[in-house]
Design a protein around this ligand. Structure first.
Ligand SMILES: O=C(O)C1=C[C@@H](OP(=O)(O)O)[C@@H](O)[C@H](O)C1
Ligand SMILES: C=C(OP(=O)(O)O)C(=O)O
Length: 453
């Protein structure tokens, strides 16, 4: 990983940075890269797009496979910045993680130990899922990430781990954990209203704690609950006993974790920009291998697109979306599926009436403050999106070209691509941020649009 920087430092600026031991390390001056001008289309977007594996499933599989009683093959795994960071972090702790000929990941358990420096990048799943597991390792383990990652909420995870017996400092990235080879575990009370990942991260390592783990949530409702259901399903898939029968309480029994065998589903949230391309252009896009039953938040796009007037058909495992002549404005509670907000907002800009997206205050702690970022980017194109404490309201009006800041956020970048389909000159500053979960987005997008011409 790169240098561990003091709070406030930024690796993107060039110049020089001061590392922990106070040496000054020269960095190359930042070379401005030209913005990505989002391709515009005049006709319907039509085609089939195969979507790589789910980020959320892949990183759960890796964390569980690292605790397993034998080697695991994680098939269908996503290769992207977030999942490569998880694999690298496990390797740094001594776990064997190698890519096999069929592109699956072979995970071979080994006693985990420091010293290690873990780069979380900007991945919520790495910064929230790995510390509980690392607390069962030995030695000093330093966690850090991108400048923006240092602003993401972490205090709940760190104080929960302290309550469970871990020795660590800090309230956010960067922090240092001193592993003693095991964690007592037991019951912990947390407020997970800022992120479901606080619950998921703890549960995923609960079977490896001496007394197992009971997580009790108190506070405003937990967002993104389907992701907690995914965690429970992932634990059960490897033989871990979980009791989730009481709302806001989860009990994980201590015990062996079986090797991972489940094939990873395609990432349905990453499918949404492609389906949106059909919806905003009156086109028709098919995504194959859509799971018929899933805990992925992205599955909710079917109901959302239907409510906006698109035709949505799941035939076997082919999901096809056909766009209407005009999209309809919607009033949607996205609290459970917040990661779809950038796509839905981009769609709402082209509806025939206003929309309100609410229950999404927790998006202010995502890769960037997504409410502020979306409102700001749309304003720069002459549009009208009002930002509220936990909602966005959209009044569609004609847009013009202009800058679209991704804020290093993959879903901001793909939202800019959707807007650009019907607005000439949308200039996305950092399309490479899509590599967080979908490297090759640009090529996939152009191939789909090319298939249209
Ligand atoms: O557990 C997971 O894999 C995720 C949980 C959700 O986080 P929040 O609960 O912070 O929204 C989601 O938005 C994120 O993209 C992935
Ligand atoms: C919120 C997201 O990511 P993360 O896993 O980093 O929280 C997301 O992918 O929309």
């Amino acid at each position: 990983m790169g240098p561990i920087l003091p709070p406030g430092s930024d690796t993107r600026g060039g110049g020089s940075v001061r590392v922990r031991d106070h040496r000054v390390v020269p960095t190359a001056p930042a070379v401005p890269t030209p913005p990505w001008i989002a391709p515009t289309v005049t006709g319907p977007v039509t085609g089939t797009v195969r979507i790589p594996g789910s980020k959320s499933w892949t990183n759960r599989a890796l964390i569980l496979a690292a605790q397993a009683t034998g080697p695991s093959a994680v098939r269908g795994a996503l290769r992207s910045r977030d999942t490569d960071l998880m694999a690298a972090a496990l390797r740094d702790l001594g776990v064997g993680v190698t890519v096999q000929d069929d592109a699956s990941w072979l995970v071979e358990t080994a006693p985990m130990h420091g010293p290690a420096r873990i780069d979380c990048g900007l991945a919520g799943t790495v910064m929230r899922f790995l510390p509980p597991l690392a607390a069962t390792a030995t030695g000093e383990i330093v966690f850090d990430g991108d400048a923006a990652a240092r602003r993401r909420p972490m205090e709940t995870v760190l104080s929960a781990l302290r309550d469970l017996g871990a020795d660590l400092d800090g309230t956010a990235l960067p922090f240092t954990l001193r592993g003693t080879g095991g964690l007592a575990g037991g019951t912990v009370h947390i407020d997970a209203s800022a992120s479901s990942q606080f619950v998921s991260g703890l549960l995923l390592s609960g079977a490896s704690f001496a007394r197992g783990l009971t997580v009790v949530h108190t506070g405003a409702p937990v967002p993104s609950l389907p992701h907690v259901e995914m965690t429970v399903a992932a634990l059960r898939a490897v033989g871990v006993e979980v009791d989730d029968s009481v709302p806001n309480t989860w009990r994980v029994e201590p015990g062996p974790v079986r090797p991972w065998t489940t094939v990873i589903e395609p990432d349905l949230s990453n499918a949404t920009p492609f389906l949106a391309a059909a919806a905003v252009t009156g086109g028709r896009v098919t995504v194959p291998d859509w799971p018929t039953a899933t805990t992925q938040a992205g599955d909710a796009i079917r109901g959302i697109l239907g409510a906006m007037g698109a035709r949505v058909e799941l035939v076997g495992t082919d999901l096809t979306v056909t766009g209407p002549d005009r999209l309809t404005g919607v009033d949607l509670d996205l609290h459970d599926v917040g990661e779809l907000t950038p796509t839905v907002l981009a769609l709402a800009l082209f509806a025939d009436g206003p929309s309100r997206l609410h229950g999404i205050g927790h998006l202010r702690g995502h890769e960037t403050d997504r409410l502020a970022a979306l409102a700001g980017d749309v304003a720069a194109l002459g549009g009208d999106v009002q930002e509220h404490l936990d909602a966005l309201t959209v009044r569609p009006r004609p847009l013009h070209g202009g800058p679209w800041a991704a804020h290093a956020d993959h879903r901001m970048a793909t939202a800019g691509a959707i807007v650009g389909l019907r607005t000439e000159g949308v200039a996305v500053d950092d399309i490479d941020s899509t590599a967080k979960t979908l490297p090759g987005f640009d090529g996939m997008w152009r191939t789909l649009l090319g298939a249209t011409a």
